[in-house]
Design a binder for this molecule. Structure first.
Ligand code: AMP
Length: 544
C-alpha cells in the first residue's frame, strides 16, 4: 500500500523560494572582488537567480547543460548556482588552485558549455578557454566599468548580461533526482573524478546539516562560510543558510586573518566554517593584536584533522565552541561532526578534549562501517582500525563518466579511502588515508596522530609524518617539520615532547626540518610529493 501524502519534489530552488517568503529581508553580505562590501537580501537572491536562469535559457542552455563557475564565495556566485539549477542546468564549481591544465582537463571532461568567472581568474581563463571546445560563452562576474580588456571573444560583464532579463522566470518542475551540481575531487593521485549531485541529495544534505548536533544553525545565526564554494560546496552552507533563514556573510577572495576578523567583527558573525589553515591565520592575528571574538559562538573545522591545540585555544581563550567535522566531496560533503552526547557529561576537561579531537559521529542520513581488507566488519571499540565505508542519500553512487568504479560495492557502500576507528559511543576518528598509513613491522602507525602531537609543540608551524623504507621494520616514521618563524626547536627536544603521548614504537625515527610542506589545491598535505622527495632518505639506524 502506498502512502497518501503529497509528492513534493525536493528541488534546490525551493530553498530560495522559501527564504524569499519567510526571511525576505535577511541579508547576504559579500566582500566583492572589486573591493567594497556589498549587500543584498534573500528576496534579491530569488529575483536575481531567476534572471540568471532566464538569461541562460536565452543563451540556448538546456536542462543538463554544465555551467561552470570559477569564483570566490560571493552573492553573485550563489545566484549563478541557483539560476543554473532552476533552469535544469548543472552548476560546476572549478577549483582555481589547480593548475590551468588540470582545470582545462576537468572542463573538457565535464563538457562545460558556459563559464561564470571572477575578475581574479581572468589570466587562468585566458589560458584555458582556447583548449575547451565545448565552451560557448564566458560571463565575467563584474559590471561594465570593471570589465577588463581581453583577447577572448564575446566576453560580457555579468551585470550587463543580467540586466537584459526581467526576473519573472518560472522555475522548472524537475524530477528531484535531476542532476543539480558537479564538483571534481582533487585527488592526490590519478585523474580528477567528477561527483554529480542531484536536487534531492543537495536538499537532504542541507536539512541534515542544519540539525542541532550537525551544524545546528538557525534564523538567528550570521553564517560566514570561509570554506570555498569550489571546495565541496562550501560544506552545503549555500543551501543550509537560506533554508533556515540565516544571514550569510561571503568573504570573497580574502581569507587572511585580518580580513576574516574584520567580517567576524563588523557583521557580528555567530557561526563559521573553514579548514584548519584558515583558523591558524585567524588565531595568529588574534594573538598579535590582542583582539577577541565576542559574537562568534561556533566554528566547524574540517577538511583535514583539527589539532587539539586549536580546539583548546578557541574554547579557552575566546569562548568559541569547535565542532570538528569530517567529510568528502563524494558525500556532499558532510560525513561526521563532533558534538558531545550526554554520555560525555561526566568527563573532565581533558577527557572532553579527547572526544572533541575525534572527527565525530554521523547524523541521520550517513551510515558508516569499518572493515578489514577482506571487507569483514571490524568492531567499534575505539582502537581497531579499518577502512571507512559509507552510504546514504547524499553519498555518490558512481563518478561521472564511470571512473573509480572499484570504490563502490554492490551493497551501495562507498570506500572513502580513509582509515579510521569508531568507539562504542559512535565517535569516529580518522587515523590516516589508506595510502598514507605507515606500516611498521606489520602494524599500522597513524600519521595524523603523530602530526597532531607535533603541532602541539609551541615552535612547530606544520608537521607531516611519512613512512620511509627500513631494513627491519619495512617502514618507519619520518617527521617532516616546518618551524615557526624565528624558532629553532631541535630533533631531540621535539621527540622528547612527543614521548609519552603515543606508544613508544610510534615515535618517529628521525625529524627533517624544511622551509615548506607541499599542499594540494584543497589545502591537504601532499604526502605523495613528500614521499618522493624523501625516497632515498636513510634513517639514522640504517645509516650506521
Ligand atoms: P575533499 O573531498 O577534498 O574534501 O577531501 C576529503 C578527504 O579529506 C577525506 O577523505 C579525508 O581524508 C580528509 N579529511 C576531511 N576532513 C578531515 C578531518 N576532519 N580530519 C582528517 N581528514 C579529513
Amino acid at each position: 500500500m502506498l502512502g497518501l501524502m503529497q509528492e513534493w519534489p525536493l528541488l534546490c530552488h525551493k530553498i530560495i523560494d522559501h527564504a524569499a517568503r519567510q526571511n525576505p529581508a535577511r541579508e547576504i553580505v559579500s566582500r566583492s572582488v572589486e573591493g567594497p562590501i556589498v549587500r543584498m537580501t534573500y528576496a534579491d537572491l530569488n529575483i536575481r537567480s531567476r534572471k540568471v536562469a532566464e538569461r541562460l535559457a536565452r543563451e540556448g542552455c538546456v536542462p543538463g547543460d554544465r555551467i561552470a563557475t570559477l569564483a570566490w564565495n560571493t552573492g553573485r556566485h550563489l545566484e549563478c548556482w541557483y539560476g543554473a539549477m532552476g533552469m535544469g542546468g548543472v552548476y560546476h564549481t572549478l577549483n582555481p588552485r589547480l593548475f590551468p591544465d588540470q582545470i582545462a582537463w576537468i572542463m573538457r571532461h565535464a563538457e562545460d558549455g558556459f563559464l561564470f568567472c571572477d575578475l581574479t581568474f581572468m589570466p587562468i581563463v585566458e589560458k584555458i578557454a582556447p583548449s575547451v571546445p565545448s565552451l560557448r560563452r564566458i560571463v565575467v562576474l563584474t559590471d561594465e566599468a570593471h570589465l577588463p580588456q581581453s583577447p577572448l571573444p564575446g566576453l560580457v560583464a555579468y551585470e550587463t548580461w543580467l540586466a537584459e532579463a526581467d526576473g519573472d522566470f518560472r522555475w522548472l518542475e524537475l524530477d528531484e533526482n535531476t542532476a543539480a551540481g558537479m564538483c571534481y575531487t582533487s585527488g592526490t593521485t590519478g585523474e580528477p573524478k567528477g561527483v554529480l549531485y542531484s536536487h534531492r541529495s543537495n536538499v537532504l544534505h542541507a536539512m541534515m546539516a542544519c540539525m542541532p548536533d550537525a551544524m545546528g544553525i538557525s534564523s538567528r545565526d550570521v553564517v560566514l562560510p570561509v570554506v570555498p564554494m569550489f571546495h565541496a560546496n562550501a560544506w552545503g552552507l549555500g543551501q543550509s543558510a537560506p533554508m533556515v533563514g540565516a544571514k550569510l556573510v561571503m568573504p570573497g577572495g580574502k581569507m587572511d586573518g585580518a580580513s576574516i576578523y574584520e567580517l567576524l567583527d563588523t557583521e557580528k558573525v555567530t557561526f563559521s566554517a573553514a579548514v584548519p589553515t584558515v583558523w591558524l591565520m585567524l588565531l595568529q592575528h588574534l594573538e598579535e593584536t590582542g583582539k577577541t571574538l565576542p559574537h562568534l559562538r561556533k566554528v566547524v573545522i574540517g577538511g583535514s584533522a583539527c589539532p587539539r591545540v586549536m580546539i583548546r585555544k578557541f574554547e579557552e581563550n575566546y569562548g568559541v565552541e569547535v565542532v570538528h567535522a569530517w567529510g568528502m566531496t563524494e558525500m556532499s560533503p558532510l560525513g561526521t561532526l563532533c558534538t558531545l552526547k550526554p554520555e560525555c557529561d561526566g568527563l573532565d576537561a581533558e577527557g572532553k578534549l579527547d572526544i572533541r579531537q575525534k572527527q565525530g559521529w554521523a547524523p541521520f542520513g550517513v551510515e558508516m562501517k569499518i572493515t578489514d581488507d577482506a571487507d569483514v566488519e571490524r568492531p567499534w571499540d575505539g582502537a581497531t582500525f579499518g577502512r571507512l565505508k559509507v552510504r546514504g542519500p547524499a553519498v555518490a553512487r558512481a563518478y561521472y563518466g564511470g571512473a573509480g568504479g572499484e570504490q563502490f560495492d554492490a551493497a551501495g557502500w562507498f570506500d572513502t579511502g580513509d582509515v579510521a576507528h569508531i568507539d562504542a559511543g559512535g565517535y569516529m576518528q580518522i587515523t590516516d588515508r589508506a595510502k598514507d598509513v605507515i606500516k611498521s613491522g606489520g602494524e599500522w602507525i597513524s600519521t595524523i596522530d603523530l602530526e597532531n602531537i607535533a603541532v602541539g609543540h609551541p615552535d612547530v608551524a606544520e608537521a607531516a609524518a611519512i613512512g620511509v623504507p627500513h631494513a627491519k621494520w619495512d617502514e618507519r616514521p619520518l617527521l617532516v617539520v616546518v618551524r615557526k618563524a624565528g624558532r629553532n626547536v631541535e630533533k631531540k627536544a621535539l621527540l622528547d615532547f612527543m614521548a609519552g603521548k603515543v606508544a613508544r614504537w610510534w615515535i618517529p625515527d628521525d625529524v627533517a626540518f624544511v622551509d615548506e610542506i607541499p599542499h594540494t589545491a584543497t589545502g591537504k598535505i601532499q604526502k605523495s610529493v613528500l614521499r618522493e622527495r624523501f625516497r632515498d632518505y636513510r634513517l639514522p639506524a640504517d645509516r650506521a
